[in-house]
Design a protein around this ligand. Structure first.
Ligand code: HEM
Length: 120
């Protein structure tokens, strides 16, 4: 069985994260949580998705075990922040050119993950 990574392809994952951060950059609610320079966050999210969707494990080689919920404890993430994160991801996904079925699978994954990240 092919992984979501194989079916979406690395190029599309990279573009998705660039488009997502272009939205975050203009987001009045969550922009302030991120550092001024978005280069590192972009790179981390790219490597994380590559790994989480079934590609190479470079994220863990560089950052260790993801423990994403724990890593997000340092920011107050309520329903409002999660909604804004998801809104930007949805906009990026709408611009993406991979098939609808893979978009739905990816959306269902990030939707659940974003709710899981709520910590207040
Ligand atoms: C629910 C709303 C969310 C908010 C407000 C949020 C916010 C943030 C912020 C401010 C950072 C720090 C940027 C950096 O220095 O890299 C970050 C990092 C990160 N986020 Fe989120 N995030 C959310 C949800 C998610 C979800 C759903 C995922 C994955 C499915 C995710 C994956 C990551 C990853 C992989 C990193 C880099 C962690 C590291 O290696 O240090 N985030 N997030």
């Amino acid at each position: 069985m092919s992984t979501l990574y194989d079916r979406i392809g690395e190029e599309s994952i990279l573009k998705l994260v660039d488009d997502f951060y272009a939205g975050v950059e203009k987001d009045e609610v969550i922009r302030k949580l991120y550092p001024e320079d978005l280069l590192q966050p972009k790179n981390r999210l790219k490597l994380f998705f590559i790994q989480a969707l079934g590609g190479r494990q470079t994220y863990t080689d560089e950052r260790g075990h993801p423990m994403l919920r724990r890593r997000h404890f340092q920011w107050k993430i309520g329903e409002k922040e999660a909604t804004h994160w998801l809104k930007n991801m949805h906009a990026a996904l709408e611009k993406a050119s991979f098939p609808e079925k893979e978009k739905e699978e990816f959306w269902s994954y990030v939707y659940k993950a974003a709710l899981h990240m709520i910590n207040q």
